[in-house]
Design a protein around this ligand. Structure first.
Ligand code: F3S
Length: 373
């Protein structure tokens, strides 16, 4: 509670507000290391217990299948202790950055305390819930206390758009949404963009757009005219306006992509939905991949995919449905990979610095084309 009050004072909050759920980051041993593990075990041993439904961000490995994926033994031992500490505190081990595909779906207007920038963006923008960009410790403190400082995106005043983004390009693929997000995030930083010129987009498109904007910039909320739930509340007519053209998107695609030959195709950043796994299985049915492929998702979505036979189809083609982790928070640089192919603007942003990877960025079909015989 002291941590929450201090944060509230720093941001000028006048009060605390009760929350419906928390999403806690800082779950991968790769991200938090020995100091983070010691902190979590200490807090759990002192009796901290969550007061609201609490879900967890991805871990550094598939919690069931880590040996087959080549995760080092010393890493796995510490990763399991981190999950055990969270579970002792009462968190649910969803272990995903898309908790909204795994049972944690806030209502319109509901106050929550979520960490994980892509999930924050989705909760605020697509679901119309209200959260600031929490860090791991502040989200955990909010989970234990059941409240969070009421400022920023919890207030109507913090949810107004600050810049209009006119999209003058047709968005033909999920990678286009990622490139758009990457391009806009760099230009608007922590602003609240109001998009026009996007006539249609599904949840997975918006997930990709928001994740990339939060990675290249610090966008935690955006509106899309006639598509997102709070867009109708706002007029962007008087705002500063920027345009994004096909040339901007092509330039972003080129900037994010290397000419190197990928050793691994890795999809599912943010974690894949069932629809995305279905689409992949359709493309792979009866074919054979010449390099490894992972599609990362939650254990809950993997179970649904397995029940539909989709996991078998992907495995028969030589791919793997990897649960609980992703290409960025798992130790792939210790597993022998140096170059990954991705269709995610967020993954393309983080893989070079966080995982020492070269990156090939492109549309799913283009990535698969070279890997399918
Ligand atoms: Fe999720 Fe990992 Fe991407 S946590 S948003 S899949 S970098």
């Amino acid at each position: 509670m002291r941590l929450l009050v201090r944060l509230g004072e720093a941001f000028g909050a006048e009060r605390l507000v009760g929350i419906g759920s928390a999403q806690v980051s800082g779950v991968s041993f790769k991200s938090i290391g020995d100091p983070g593990l010691a902190f979590l075990e200490d807090v759990a041993a002192q009796g901290a217990r969550v007061a609201v439904p609490t879900t967890l961000n991805p871990a550094g490995m598939d919690l069931e299948n880590w040996r087959a994926l080549g995760v080092p033994e010393d890493f796995a031992e510490k990763q399991c202790r981190i999950i055990a500490a969270f579970v002792e505190m009462g968190a649910t081990a969803t272990v995903t950055c898309t908790p909204y595909y795994a049972g944690n779906v806030p209502r319109l207007g509901e106050h929550v305390a979520w960490a994980e920038s892509s999930a924050v963006s989705f909760a605020n923008s697509v679901l119309g819930a209200r959260t600031n960009r929490e860090g791991g410790p502040s989200a955990l403190a909010a989970a234990v206390c059941g409240c969070t400082p009421c400022h920023g995106f919890h207030l109507d005043s913090g949810r107004r758009p600050t810049i209009r983004v006119v999209v003058e390009a047709a968005l033909g693929s999920r990678a286009d949404f990622g490139a758009l997000g990457h391009c806009v995030g760099q230009r608007v930083r922590d602003g609240v963009p109001f998009f026009t010129g996007i006539p249609a987009a599904g949840w997975d498109d918006l997930k990709s757009l928001g994740a990339a904007m939060a990675a290249s910039g610090a966008v935690a909320l955006y509106h899309v005219k006639e598509l997102t739930p709070e867009a109708y509340l706002h007029s962007a007519a008087d705002l500063e306006s920027i345009a994004v053209t096909r040339a901007d998107l092509d330039e972003t695609h080129a900037r994010l992509s290397d000419e190197a030959a990928p050793e691994l195709i890795v999809l599912g950043c943010p974690h894949a939905s069932l629809a995305e796994i279905e689409a992949l299985a359709e493309r792979l049915a009866g074919r054979r991949l010449s390099i490894p492929l992972w599609i990362c998702t939650s254990r809950a979505v993997k179970a649904s995919a397995a029940a539909q036979g989709l996991v078998t189809v992907i495995e028969e083609a030589g791919g793997q449905v990897v649960a609980d982790t992703c290409m960025v928070v798992s130790p792939i640089e210790r597993m022998g990979f140096t170059c990954c192919a991705v269709d995610s603007g967020k993954a393309a942003q983080y893989l070079p610095g966080f995982c020492r990877q070269r990156v090939v960025f492109g549309d799913l079909d283009a990535l698969l084309e070279k890997a399918l015989s």
